[in-house]
Ligand binder design. Structure first.
Ligand code: FAD
Length: 629
């Protein structure tokens, strides 16, 4: 619809503003108009009804006169900081500001790095190999494109998209809002839903890969089996399975972007070979699998099991859900909802709305650490974890009761005995409601063994089924598996991890004796505390690797590696810091948490630092921790 025609349709504009994110409207409106009355309004959660009405009126009036004005450039730093403070109503530290300033994404390539002076000459034949064409690998490619560093991206699948190309089960979609699960440099992508489906995310990633030149440097059906570092030449030689047979490819630097959820975890249950039906892992969902008339078991109630149940139950004759451990499963506003035409119009016509909606969608997570600390004083007064965590527990418990419509036979089975926020939050895709369907049954406990026609539970209960959906997750400890990497002196990466206490790295990216080797989404990478979605982290990690390469190129050095002492110091501090979090306590169900390496009882998947602190570590390179030679 033409801007002028729409802007004159006051009803349309008013409806658009009314369903929009009013926090983002408030910021964008003030950013454009500098209206002191708008500036004086508090964050929306603290607004009275009259204040909200005033905001809406002012936004409508402004849009009628100005809709479609030019996009806003990044404001000067002081102004940006003031606007960000206005969003939350709270001052920030400098470290917080640095970590958050790119969330509204005004700059063309937020978080990416660029040459400060002249680009140094790139030696003939110099090449970076990126492994993996998921969201992280694509962004590493974009960073190389920006710097003009030659690279090739190797991907074992037939197309780009990583997780979103591999996982095609019914109901697959993001469970973090799409406005935060997108690249900050691809502005105003026309998503159709607030939480987009896997297919839409896959198309988006392929669009970005093509648009920024990464696709042209990608080789598909190239499965990296391993790589060895040649100390004399400072070159990695990769062994790669390709459609043309085994090949060796040389690289000066390797960036692995192989994902954490790459190795499916199938149920290790006796009798599996006897079962005459079909066992399906969601990450290998057979195309066109017909569930109509079938008796299906869904084992697992993590993010994926919860996401697919509704769609499976609609098609299948019957579904038995096997729940070993209850999960805290929470609602998300606008999950499954399309972006309203009015809001799509606002993205295009209210300058800054998209930028500030990115910020306001994330700011609710700035203080998420408060939910993940055990408050001993609170416990002494009879509380379970802390006031904030216990309040959340009460809310979610009530949600279970509400969604199951008073089904007393299942409610108690669904309430976890550990604290919310200690595992990855699972988003409700109508899971509780699906459990109340006539064709769905909940069994609790473990499957003990398969039989030719079904399975037997540990308590002796038997069920006959045709299809087992094994939503049993991924082996998240198997970083980079099954490829083998051999660094200095032929040291094998996985052997060294196995001989120690599992996968470890410096800043999640570097390992001593593995020069010119960077992992994206490596061990202890995903920050426990929020405030910055994964997409921003992929670019931050890629730009850290880029900074190391740039320095080596500028100084004519062939090798960058992390010093052993720095690696040890970092990991010692990491272990200490991890102890303070709920995830590592009995209250947080340490035994049931995939974030934790249970064999070695240490935090494994996450970085324990407050997100802004980890941001500083990954953006301001401590050159003394590295050696360049
Ligand atoms: C079902 C599902 C839903 C998710 N939803 C969300 C969400 O809503 N929000 C969120 O923040 N995160 C979500 N995640 C986490 C998700 O994995 C990340 O958001 C993201 O996909 C990780 O990107 P990546 O590029 O690091 O890894 P991936 O997307 O896993 O991509 C890795 C790529 O590397 C390739 N590869 C691996 N090893 C080799 C090798 N040796 N040779 C060649 N190629 C190789 C793989 O084939 C794959 O294509 C979800 C994960 C899953 C499994």
């Amino acid at each position: 619809m033409a801007t002028a025609a729409v802007a004159s349709d006051i009803d349309f504009v008013r409806q658009a503003v009314e369903v929009a994110d009013l926090n983002a409207v408030r910021l964008a409106l003030y950013h454009n108009s500098r209206d002191p009355e708008v500036g004086a309004l508090p964050p929306v959660a603290q607004m009275s009804a009259e204040q909200k009405a005033l905001l809406i009126d002012k936004a409508v009036r402004w849009l009628v006169d100005n809709a479609g004005a030019a996009a806003l450039p990044e404001p000067p730093e002081e102004d940006l900081r003031a606007l960000m403070t206005m969003a939350t109503g709270r001052e920030m530290t400098d470290v917080e500001f640095a970590a958050r300033r790119d969330l509204p994404a005004f700059r063309p390539f937020p978080c990416a790095v660029d040459w400060e002076g002249d680009k140094p000459p790139i030696p003939e034949g110099f090449r970076v190999v990126i492994i993996g064409s998921g969201p992280a690998g694509i962004v590493a490619g974009v960073q190389m494109e920006l710097l003009g560093i030659p690279y090739v991206l190797l991907e074992r699948q037939t197309e780009a998209g990583g997780t979103w190309t591999i996982n095609r089960y019914p109901g697959v979609r993001v469970d973090t809002p799409s406005i935060t699960y997108e690249y900050s440099f691809e502005k105003l992508y026309p998503w159709s839903e607030y939480f987009n489906r896997g297919e839409a995310v896959r198309k988006y990633l392929q669009h970005v890969s093509s648009k920024y030149g990464v696709m042209a440097n990608s080789r598909f059906r190239h499965d990296v089996k391993g790589a060895t570092f040649d100390e004399g030449r400072n070159i990695w030689t990769l062994d790669v399975d390709t459609p043309d047979g085994a090949q060796q490819i040389e690289a000066n630097f390797i960036i692995t972007a192989c994902g954490t959820f790459a190795n499916a975890q199938l149920p290790d249950i006796a009798g599996v070979e006897e079962f005459r039906g079909t066992i399906v892992h969601p990450s290998a969902w057979p195309e066109g699998l017909d569930l109509a008339g079938k008796r299906v078991a869904v084992i697992g109630n993590g993010s994926t099991g919860v996401q697919l149940l509704g769609a499976v139950a609609e098609q299948a004759r019957s579904v038995v859900v096997v729940q070993r451990t209850p999960q805290w499963i929470s609602p998300r506003e606008k999950y499954g909802a399309p972006i309203e035409p009015g809001v799509a119009w606002l993205y295009e016509n209210l300058p800054g709305y998209w930028n500030w909606a990115r910020y306001t969608a994330t700011m609710g997570l700035f203080d998420i650490d408060q939910l993940q600390r055990v408050d001993r004083d609170w416990q002494a007064k009879g509380g379970k974890v802390s006031k904030a965590n216990d309040d959340l527990r009460a809310f979610l418990t009530n949600y279970i009761r509400q969604e199951t419509g008073g089904r007393e036979d299942i409610i108690e089975k669904l309430i976890p005995d550990y604290a919310p926020m200690s595992r990855r939050p699972v988003v409700d895709n109508g899971w509780y409601r699906a459990l109340t369907r006539e064709n769905v049954e909940l069994l609790t406990g473990s499957v003990e063994r398969f039989t030719p026609d079904g399975f037997v539970m540990a308590d002796g209960t038997t069920r006959e089924v045709d299809i087992v959906v094994s939503a049993t997750g991924f082996d998240v400890l198997k970083y980079l598996w099954p490829a083998r990497y051999k660094g200095l002196g032929g040291k094998d990466l996985h052997d060294s991890w196995d001989q120690g206490d599992g996968p470890r790295a410096y800043l999640s990216m570097m390992v001593p004796q593995f020069p010119n080797f960077f992992m994206l989404y490596g061990p202890n990478s995903q920050p426990l505390t929020g405030g910055t979605g994964l997409p921003q982290w992929w670019l931050i990690w890629a730009s850290y690797a880029a900074q190391c390469m740039m320095r080596a190129l500028e100084e004519g050095k062939g090798r960058v590696e992390v010093k052993q002492a720095a690696f040890e110091r970092y990991n010692h501090a990491l272990d200490e810091e991890a102890q303070h979090w709920l995830q590592m306590t009995p209250e947080g169900g340490i035994e049931k948490n995939y974030y934790v390496n249970r064999e070695h009882r240490r935090l494994q998947v996450n970085a324990p630092w407050l997100s802004p602190d980890y941001h500083r570590m990954c953006t301001v390179v401590e050159w003394d921790d590295l050696s360049l030679s």
